[in-house]
Design a protein around this ligand. Structure first.
Ligand SMILES: *Cc1c(COP(=O)(O)O)cnc(C)c1O
Length: 344
């Protein structure tokens, strides 16, 4: 089956007369017999995990947030483990790695993970390679096929790609991680993380041990969000591609970061192992980024990403990041074009 069909069908109950089409929301911490939700899991998370695991080709473990999932991966490593991490990417992941290194829990080496040869060299003798691709906020793309073939466990933050556009486990990664807060949930109404792996026992233990359990409602909503991810993403990435091409021609814009652009430095790489280029992009502006963020009326000036509503946020002195949602692309473009003119 195609991934779009799996996203709709996986994680449902049995097709027996009278049983519900959707896994029901189960609000229980404890179950008759010997089951406690923090330790063994709960039916609402399990339905969500089953669906994500089916898409990623592994067993999924859900967490209270993407960051809780990242911390749980580190929790599975031995004391003093050598971790190779990226110099760029999601700030809270980089600070998580740096803070664990500062107290001696891990030994961290950071490297430009878009430089495949340098990354492979740094991996010699390492216990984990952490990748984020495409990366936040510059949409840098790692050579995932080559890096996942390295003889070191690889964790991939695949949030920007979603489980539909990139399959790290098939390429050889040990962990495929998502902030389900973003595209999977899709409606900016929940916090959740999910990690797929072939052997989830250590990750499940880490979740139980640090108590990083998902909420039942959040898991229920995230599964509901996953059902429409294929249609949301198809529309949003088509619009992102249109906006990226038009921004490239705009006099106020000096550079556009979107791997779907034929001239983007990561285009060839992304086309090799991704099934689409996603709905995130960023661009460098000649004018005042705050003025643009303050002038939009269709885009919303806010943090986070991946919802049906398009978001705009300043991510550097001249860098603006767009999370393209599902509004009509011409409404998005005229809003952006007008805001860019206001900013001078
Ligand atoms: C948001 C985000 C995270 C963190 O996820 P939370 O659910 O907010 O903890 C990690 N990586 C990337 C790429 C993100 O965008």
């Amino acid at each position: 089956m195609d991934r779009s069909t799996i996203a709709i069908h996986a994680g449902r109950g049995p097709r027996t007369s009278g049983s519900p089409l959707n896994a029901p929301l189960v609000l229980a911490s404890s179950f008759h017999g010997d089951t406690y939700a923090r330790e063994e899991g709960s039916p609402s998370w399990e339905a969500f995990e089953e669906a994500i695991g089916a898409l990623e080709g592994g067993s999924a473990v859900a967490f209270s947030s993407g960051t809780a999932g990242a911390a749980a991966i580190l929790e599975t490593l031995p004391a003093g483990a050598r971790v190779v991490g990226p110099v760029a990417g999601y700030a809270w992941t980089r600070s998580l790695l740096a803070e664990r290194a500062a107290v001696g829990r891990i030994v961290l080496e950071t490297v430009d993970t878009t430089d495949t040869e340098a990354t492979l060299r740094a991996c010699a003798g390492a216990d984990l390679l952490w990748l984020e691709t495409p990366s936040n906020p510059l949409l840098e793309v790692c050579e995932l096929d080559r890096l996942c073939a390295a003889s070191v466990p690889v964790a991939v933050d695949s949030t920007f790609a979603t489980p539909l556009l990139q399959r790290p486990l098939e390429l050889g990664a040990t962990f495929a991680m998502h902030s389900a807060t973003k595209f999977i949930g899709g409606h900016s109404d929940l916090l959740l993380g999910v990690i797929s792996t072939r052997d989830p026992a250590a990750l499940r233990h880490a979740r139980a041990q640090v108590g990083a359990t998902p909420g039942a409602l959040e898991a229920f909503l995230a599964l509901r969000g996953l059902r429409t991810l294929p249609v949301r993403l198809e529309l949003a990435q088509r619009s992102a591609s249109t906006l990226a091409s038009r921004l490239l021609e705009h006099p106020a814009v000096s550079a556009v970061h979107y791997p779907g652009l034929p001239g983007d430095r990561f285009h060839e790489r992304a086309a090799r192992f991704m099934d689409g280029f996603g709905a995130m992009l960023s661009f460098e502006l000649q004018g005042d980024p705050d003025a643009v963020c303050g002038a939009v009326e269709v885009f919303t000036h806010a943090k986070s990403l991946g919802g049906v509503e398009s978001l705009i946020d300043r991510r550097g002195p001249s860098l603006i990041r767009l999370s393209v949602g599902c509004e009509h692309v011409e409404d998005l473009w005229s809003d952006l074009d007008r805001a860019l003119q206001i900013s001078g």
